[in-house]
Design a protein around this ligand. Sequence first.
Ligand code: CAP
Ligand code: MG
Length: 403
Amino acid sequence: MNDLIATYYFKPKAGVTPEYAAQAISEEQTTGTWTGISTVNEKTAYVHAYDGEVLELAPSGSGFQTKLSFPYEIFEPGNIPQYLSVVAGNLFGLGKLEAVRLLDIEIPKGLDGTGPKFGIEGIRKICGTETSRRPHVGTIIKPKVGLNPKDTAEVAYEAALGGVDLIKDDETLTDQKFCPLMVRLEMVMDALERAKEETGREVLYALNVTTGGDRILEIASNAVKAGANMLMVDVLTAGFSAVQCLASEPSINVPIHVHRTMHGALTRNPEHGIAMRPIAKLVRVCGGDQLHTGTVSGKMGGKADEILGDNRALTGPAGKLLTVFPVASGGLHPGKVNAEITTLGNEIVLQAGGGIHGHPDGTAAGARAMRQAVDAALAGVSANEYAKTHIELQKALDIWGSV
Ligand code: CAP
Ligand code: MG
């Protein structure tokens, strides 16, 4: 079948049968509305070719799970906002439902876009880890805002010397007066060049180009021309179209790091809203090369089986689409690295902001401690054991402990 399949959890209000509720979602998002309508009549009966269909319905938890199919023809290929209007449209407020959550979508061939330009392999190639397959380590410059370009570049330099693969702006840092984007880019790239002369390693800098739709492409193009080697965009604040716009522009020939500010507002309630899985699949379709999916031990919670499934949606087969590098971020530090790798595996970017810059000996030592924690996990040695011969890791564990 070439239709788009969407899976929902829902809880009908008292007195509403689950069959009626599933049908109501399906109709609301296709050819029906809350009442019979005169515009669907004998003459226009052809519209029923575009009816949604309830494929499955079964009890789940304290509600029900249903799989609905939406006809291929009602989608405009490549128009992701329109896909979302169908599968995540007017249904979250339906009065007959107490709760409804979009859990997953299966995107058929033809609606699946062109996907990432680089993917995991492309990024590993840039960073020289295609053979070792070790998890990547990243850092977010902290404080989130306030540092001037020179000091931002200094932090980046330290982090690169310490061994990170990726340095990124925080989501609130864009192009403010205290740290203009183009000046910051130039200084950070110079700093990374200096670090490369010492280490021989290429480090990515994800410059946050998230901005209004009328300017994002211009800012991104200027940044790439000026030597940016990665761009960052926030998918939920700037929208899927922003990711798509950057990824589909041939001259933007650098990987796209996709952040997801705001996601907890959609994903957190287990009975209502939108799960991360559909978001992850759409980011892959849009062409994101890296995507935050969450941590199992970090500050923002996260259920291991859900995150694993989300990561598989990024790294598993999806027609001709390249893979997306899953990013675990939020409250990570060296003492949590083992828990993340044990659960999520090696095809992951482990990002730490506070967990690197909070090291008592500074950013370079913090980055070293993260890399040592990764080495320990890969060697099957506990962080505490490894720390006996690795002072940076020891000092990190002394303040934050390990899980
Ligand atoms: C982490 C972070 C990231 C979040 C994103 C922050 O900083 O920079 O943006 O991890 O969350 O601002 O919180 P710390 P998610 O390492 O200092 O915690 O990946 O869940 O979307
Ligand atoms: Mg952040």
